[in-house]
Design a protein around this ligand. Structure first.
Ligand code: IPE
Ligand code: IPE
Ligand code: MG
Length: 248
């Protein structure tokens, strides 16, 4: 089995892909099923996506699983999502560990049920030496909350104002020591950020598809990577092709 999709040269494969796994509810409603059935189907798909991520040679994957705003959903749905997280850890942890996946959590762990906190910490501890794929799970995560949390820590650490730099702020984020996402994929067609990685996404490329998350398959993932491979990331500068023309 090849480690990369044949059409994307390894040097054009993004190092870090982040995903807003959206559209589970609508996927279920379209089939006359309860929303939680959509979340379960979404979880099944996540397993396939993680496997493809390893195959494609992507080193970091960040997935948005539960936002700080998702607490505002009906209590049964919130409860169901909490149970799904625990179930996923119970069922998938040993396989993920065998595949060399290192699990990390981003978001406020202390805001979760103590049983969930324990399971998450156990998963992090078990997989901490794996390095095939770093999987950041954004659960009880909000981009604004992350920035507030960072400011609080910076102040508590007594950092003088003149020492506060771009790099220092990055170190105080939940994603400290993780490169910024190169590519962010959002399923279900919504054209918004929804409080995801608002600091880290300053120069991320976006791929938005109308496909609902449970149907986002390997072919479409490959397509997203191909689209990324053709982007010219200018970072506010001038296109490299134009520079060559000017120098000619
Ligand atoms: C994304 O699917 C999963 C979570 C937010 C937990 P949604 O539940 O938002 O699905 P839609 O957007 O309602 O279809
Ligand atoms: C973003 O999706 C959060 C997750 C995928 C976990 P939402 O469905 O919560 O976002 P909005 O409400 O459409 O912006
Ligand atoms: Mg949604």
């Amino acid at each position: 089995m090849s480690d990369t999709p044949t059409t994307v040269p390894i040097e054009r494969v993004p190092q870090h892909v982040a995903m807003i796994m959206d559209g589970n509810g609508r996927w279920a409603i379209q089939r006359g099923l309860p929303r939680l059935a959509g979340h379960k189907a979404g979880t099944e798909n996540l397993r396939r996506v993680i496997r493809s991520t390893v195959e494609f040679g992507v080193k970091y994957l960040t997935i948005y699983a539960f936002s700080t705003e998702n607490w505002g959903r009906p209590p049964e749905e919130v409860k169901g999502l909490m149970l799904i997280l625990q179930d996923v850890i119970d069922r998938e942890l040993s396989e993920l560990n065998k595949e060399g996946v290192q699990l990390r959590h981003i978001g406020r762990l202390e805001g979760l049920d103590p049983r969930i906190q324990k399971k998450v910490l156990k998963a992090i501890e078990l997989t901490k030496n794996n390095d095939r794929l770093i999987l950041n799970v954004a659960f009880n995560y909000g981009g604004r909350d992350e920035i507030v949390c960072a400011i609080q820590k910076i102040i508590k650490d007594g950092i003088p104002a003149e020492d506060i730099t771009d790099a220092l702020v990055s170190k105080y984020m939940f994603t400290a020591n993780v490169p910024d996402p190169d590519l962010i994929i959002r399923t279900s067609g919504e054209l918004r950020v929804s409080n995801f990685l608002i600091w880290q996404a300053a120069y991320s490329e976006w791929y938005i598809t109308p496909t609902f998350w449970p149907d986002f398959d390997k072919e479409e993932y490959r397509h997203a990577l191909e689209s990324f491979a053709h982007r010219d990331r200018r970072y506010g500068k001038v296109a490299s092709s134009e520079l060559q023309e000017t120098n000619a």
